[in-house]
Ligand binder design. Structure first.
Ligand SMILES: Nc1nc2c(ncn2[C@@H]2O[C@H](COP(=O)(O)OP(=O)(O)OP(=O)(O)O)[C@@H](O)[C@H]2O)c(=O)[nH]1
Ligand SMILES: [Mg+2]
Length: 341
């Protein structure tokens, strides 16, 4: 059995989770409009690329095998991946049959609906109210946007009325400590960081352990623990991150309550390899997909969904920029609307 992520949520309770309901009730409409337009702007390269190819195909005419074949080629070259492409086409054929569609002009909406159906299982908002402190460990390969995402998450959770503490568990790069402290200042939250003396090498597990205990003592709601980037092939570093996780559990037995893997949307199909390797090491419970702005490869979301149709990973958040507000819980419909005109 693949011990992957949290189980598929009961579709009935999706609107009941605290994070999502708070987002819907507290975000001013202007903010969501600006995020929707940011998302649209961010996905513009993917959209233009797909749109150009699909407009010819969906311009009117018979729905036949040739059309399906052409569509398959377009999807395969958009980083959607083999599995996702086949699932999408299967769903599309079903819709064509069920709704007795005859003209290719009708296929665009049908493709949108197929994509939404495929991506919806990924939209599992994170409920951070189950534990206090709720400990979130952030992991991923180098430069994917872990530390930046922590800065954005600190802001996000604070706007939900939750208190946050940051743990500077990246003791590998000297600048990492300062980078997290700067995000802490921007958000006005405490950062537990190792000694700044470069001669005193700190242990990442010890820093995060201290931070969790400090959050316990202060009655903080959420701990966001940063970790150093690592390649999945650096086996000693993969062992080190396993140890970090074990040590966190010494501070609170069932912590970390969330292991978030950060993926860079520019990674394309390699994202799947990263998901597998980090999940094997850490039992990843959720994903953040960053840098959706400035990539023509937004299709990687579908590739992730297509890879695990039985047990979809939880795509908790997506990032579309470097600013504090450029992160949002993943919403399948909003995403597809931005991806296809
Ligand atoms: N355009 C864009 N840039 C981003 C996004 N998220 C992060 N970045 C940028 O990506 C670069 C790396 O981000 P970091 O947060 O330092 O990445 P990291 O994973 O912590 O890196 P290491 O700790 O070195 O492994 C920075 O220049 C960020 O501003 C995003 O959603 N969009
Ligand atoms: Mg970092």
């Amino acid at each position: 059995m693949f011990s992957f992520f949290k189980s598929k949520k009961d579709p009935g309770d999706s609107s009941e989770t605290p994070v999502k309901s708070a987002v819907e009730s507290e975000s001013p409409p202007e903010e969501s409009i600006s995020f929707a337009s940011k998302l649209k702007q961010g996905l513009s390269r993917t959209r233009q690329n797909l749109g150009k190819q699909l407009s010819g195909l969906f311009g009117g005419g018979k729905i036949d095998e040739e059309l399906y074949e052409e569509l398959e080629t377009i999807l395969l070259t958009s980083d959607i991946g083999v599995n996702a492409t086949h699932q999408l086409l299967e769903n599309l054929r079903k819709q064509v049959k069920r709704n007795a569609l005859t003209d290719s002009i009708q296929l665009k909406q049908a493709l949108k609906e197929s994509l939404i159906t495929m991506l919806e299982p990924l939209a599992q908002p994170l409920d951070t109210t189950t534990h206090k402190p709720f400990v979130i460990m952030i992991t991923g390969v180098n430069g994917v946007g872990k530390t930046t995402s922590i800065g954005k998450l600190a802001k996000f959770f604070q706007t939900q009325g939750q208190s946050v503490l940051l743990a500077a568990g990246d003791t590998f790069r000297a600048a990492a400590r300062e980078q997290l402290i700067a995000w802490g200042e921007r958000n006005n939250v405490t950062v537990i960081a190792p000694d700044s003396d470069p001669d005193k090498k700190s242990d990442p597990a010890a820093v995060i352990y201290d931070a969790v205990n400090s959050a316990k003592a202060r009655g903080i709601d959420i701990v966001l623990a940063d970790t150093a980037g690592r390649l999945t092939t650096q086996l000693h570093l993969m062992e080190e991150i396993k140890k970090v996780k074990r040590v966190i559990a010494k501070a609170i037995p069932d912590a970390p309550h969330e292991v978030l893997l950060v993926l860079d949307a520019n990674t394309g199909q390699n994202a799947i390899t990263q998901v597998r390797a980090f999940n094997d090491a850490l039992n990843v419970t959720g994903l953040i997909l960053t840098k959706l702005d400035g990539t023509a490869k937004g299709g990687v979301v579908a590739a992730i969904a297509g890879q695990y149709p039985e047990n979809p990973p939880a795509l908790r958040f997506i990032g579309v920029g470097e600013g504090l507000d450029d992160l949002r819980p993943f919403d399948a419909r909003e995403f597809v609307e931005a991806l296809l005109d």
